[in-house]
Structure formats: C-alpha cells, structure tokens
Design a protein around this ligand. Structure first.
Ligand SMILES: [Cu+2]
Length: 212
C-alpha cells in the first residue's frame, strides 16, 4: 500500500524523489504497527501473516493474507474456491486450531476448536474485533475480497493460542437487528445468540493464521 501511494505521488509530482524517499516511513519505523506493548511480538510486528483455508474434508478452498496497512490498520485479502454461492459470515476467530472433528455441543457445527470470534474487548457497535464484511461467493463457487480494518494489528493475531480465519454457512447480520424486532427479554435489539456470531450458521471452512 505504501508502495502504491509513493508511486502515485512520484507520478503526480514528477520531482522530489529524494525527498519522498527520505520521508516515507517504510517498515522500519519503530512502533509503526501500533500494537499495544503487551501484544508486541519480538521484532516482527510489521511482518505479514497468511492462512490456508480448508473445508471440513480437509480440502483447500482458499487462502488469506493479512498485512500491515499502516496507521494501525491491517489489510486482509482472501480468495476462495469450491464454496456454496451466496454471502458467508467471515471472521477471525480466537484460537488458531481448525479441527473439523471438534463439534460445538450446542449446534453441532465443526471447527469448535477455533473458539468464538476474536475480540480485543472493544465490542465496537455490537461487533467483535475479528468481525469482517460478509464474503460473497459467486455461482461458480469462487470469491475474492480485500478489506482494511483498524480493529486489530497483524501482531495481535499471534497471542498465546493464535487465531484462525473462519467462513460460515450463512450471512452475518452484524447484529443489525431493526428495533421492530424483539429479543427474548422483550427489548429491542440483538439477542445473545445474534451477538455471538451474527446468526451466520455453522462453520464450513477454517484456516490457521500463521506468519507468512
Ligand atoms: Cu465466525
């Protein structure tokens, strides 16, 4: 991203190569990743991460890259194949373990081993830190997306138990429940089930996030 911006600036300005080159922060600026001190990993804060996404049969159905986008943001790029057409809930989950035999005792969904949605405790607008826009898969079973989030830094994904990327069977409503609906307590807004996973259904594909 920095490279593209610099290239664009160079094209527009024509001159000033030396100045821009010197001013560009690059990857060596201390603290550029912006992660809190407690989440810092030794010397590799700006390093990218990736994941191979597999379905419940262990077949590879996609890949994911996570990279430092500067200003405390992370850029997520994903490409998938052989998935059911439509919108799918797409989240970073709390644990870097993708076991298709690990079933949620409540719903029977596989990949229970990956835990709930990755969250740094922010719960911005009833969402988790690891919540991402729904992934659109076309009629041919392929999909691709790229998104920038300011809700976590790459280094923060590598806590003690790691993290994983998850694709769900159904779309995530992101807790966007109009006031005309009521939860079990009779109050307007999303109930606990919706807040947990956005009613995005069972888990269909998972990828452990690792250092690239
Ligand atoms: Cu999820």
């Amino acid at each position: 991203m920095v490279g593209k911006v610099r290239l664009a600036l160079l094209v527009v300005l024509g001159v000033g190569v030396v100045t821009l080159g010197a001013a560009a922060p690059g990857k060596t600026t201390p603290g550029r990743d912006g992660a809190p001190a407690g989440a810092m990993m030794s010397g590799r804060d700006g390093a990218p991460a990736s994941a191979v996404i597999k379905n419940t049969h262990g077949q590879t159905v996609g890949s994911l890259q996570v990279e430092d986008a500067g200003n405390g943001k992370s850029k997520i790029t994903v490409a998938v194949t052989n998935l059911p057409p439509g919108f799918h809930g797409f989240h970073v989950h709390a644990k870097g373990t993708c076991d298709p035999q690990s079933k949620d005792p409540a719903t029977g969904s596989p990949f229970f081993s990956a835990g709930g949605h990755y969250d740094l405790g922010s719960h911005v607008h009833d969402n988790h830190s690891g919540d991402l826009p729904n992934l659109l898969v076309g009629a041919d079973g392929t999909g691709a997306a790229s998104v920038v989030t300011d809700r976590f830094r790459v280094a923060q994904l590598f806590d003690s138990d790691g993290s994983a990327i998850m694709i769900h069977a159904l779309a995530d409503n992101h807790a966007n429940i109009p006031d005309r609906y009521r939860n079990e307590e009779g109050a307007a807004g999303p109930d606990a089930v919706t807040l947990n996973a956005g009613d995005s259904g069972g888990r269909i594909a998972c990828g452990v996030i690792t250092r690239s």
